[in-house]
Design a protein around this ligand. Structure first.
Ligand code: PMP
Length: 381
């Protein structure tokens, strides 16, 4: 078995699993005043501090959510004001794109989608052009793309947003725990993340809101007033503790893991391009996450290749979109044809990927692509 689908979900880190199990065996509502409640609240405080240390922010700037989807919804619903622009890109995750479409439904002219180049980089000159005509509003750009791993130069986006009086939100779900993210250095106002992408449990995440950001109070959930009224509901104490433990482990090992993972990814790419010279790597090679490789095998449908190697876990386009018969909006936006988009596989590696998994996967992919390609050629002939 070779698990190369870290962008869909990463295996839970042992420290996080142990913390979750221990927390689930301990009673306590973090809002209760008695001793078990205080103990739970104290552990949530520690997790908030662990996440703040990973992001280089203060614990009071974090709102725990059920994941990045909720964080993106919360951020954009609060930051968008009708009549001001909501600027995002054509390659965002559906959790941003669908939220952006929903909140601007009555004023579609407020929604601006920045294009990307053939290398997957968001066109930040287009952002400056938008601001030449309009100012204010909110910009939402992903830190790293989930399908190609291509990184956005957030500092450039932040400068343009700052000068135009706009807020900057980033969906950093794929970057957190894989590359260093320092929110003050990046100069972002809002940042979304999900624990299961960096070795925490599924179903828990956070929204960072820079102190002093002026946001109308528009929570998605109202009720008991938890998370300073931004996210009502009993806290997911075990999930939050697991998120904290994963953040702590990721922070300690980030540099070393990123180097090791990049070496493994490069090894996979060279094994595949040597054996299958017609395959193409998508996205800007020198501005990508260390663990992601999006590869097109022209003329060979990705679904057939994946079905021919069930013991290699990789993905066709993005996991959220697979199952649906539509090709990847990310690859189409980069100018790939529909056929090429349908012939693309995303491999994503992470902290626990081994050399053996890479060697195994490379052999399996070469075998499967060759097999599927010859079967198609025989059927055509
Ligand atoms: N944004 C990005 C870039 C993602 O890759 C994902 C997960 N596929 C999400 C948001 C949503 O995360 P979750 O499903 O954990 O809410």
């Amino acid at each position: 078995m070779s698990y190369l689908d870290y962008n869909a979900t990463a295996p839970i880190r042992p420290e996080a699993a142990a913390a979750v199990i221990e927390a689930m065996q301990t009673v306590g509502n973090a809002s209760s005043m008695h001793q078990p409640g205080r103990r739970a609240a104290h552990r949530v405080d520690l997790a908030r501090r662990q996440l703040a240390d990973l992001l280089n922010c203060s614990p009071g700037e974090i709102i725990f959510t059920s994941g990045a989807t909720e964080a993106n919804n919360l951020a954009l619903r609060a930051a968008y004001t009708a009549g001001s622009p909501l600027i995002t890109s054509s390659v965002e995750h559906p959790a941003v794109l669908e939220t952006a479409r929903t909140v601007t439904a009555e004023r579609p002219e407020d929604l601006v989608l920045l294009p990307v180049g053939a290398d997957g980089l968001v066109d930040l000159h287009a952002l400056e052009q938008v601001f030449a005509a309009r100012s204010g509003g909110v910009v939402s750009l992903m830190a790293a793309n989930n399908e190609t791993g291509v990184l956005t130069d957030l500092r450039v986006a932040a400068k343009a947003a700052r000068e135009a009086g706009a807020l900057l939100h980033t969906d950093a779900t794929q970057m957190i725990g894989r590359l260093p993210v320092d929110v003050s250095e990046l100069d972002v106002d809002l940042l979304s993340l999900s624990a299961h992408k960096f070795g925490g449990p599924q179903g828990v995440g956070a929204l960072y809101v820079r102190r002093g950001t002026s946001l109308p109070h528009r929570p998605l959930l109202v009720g008991g007033g938890q998370e300073r009224g931004w996210r009502a509901g009993t806290l997911n104490v075990a999930g939050i503790i697991g998120l904290g433990a994963a953040a702590d482990a990721a922070r300690r090992r980030l540099g070393e893991e990123a180097k090791r993972v990049a070496t493994l990814r490069n090894r996979l790419e060279s094994l595949l391009t040597d054996a299958l010279p017609e395959c193409r790597i998508n996205g800007r090679r020198d501005q990508r996450l260390p663990g992601v490789s999006s590869i097109t095998f022209p003329g060979v449908p990705a679904d057939a290749v994946l079905a021919a190697m069930p013991d290699v876990a990789a993905s066709e386009g993005s996991a959220c979109a697979s199952g649906a018969p539509t090709p990847s909006h990310v690859l189409l936006a980069m100018g790939l044809t529909r056929d090429d988009a349908d012939s693309t596989i995303r491999f994503s590696l992470g902290y626990a990927t081994t050399d053996a998994e890479i060697e195994y996967a490379a052999q399996a992919v070469v075998r499967a692509v060759t097999q599927v390609g010859s079967a198609l050629a025989a059927a055509d002939g």
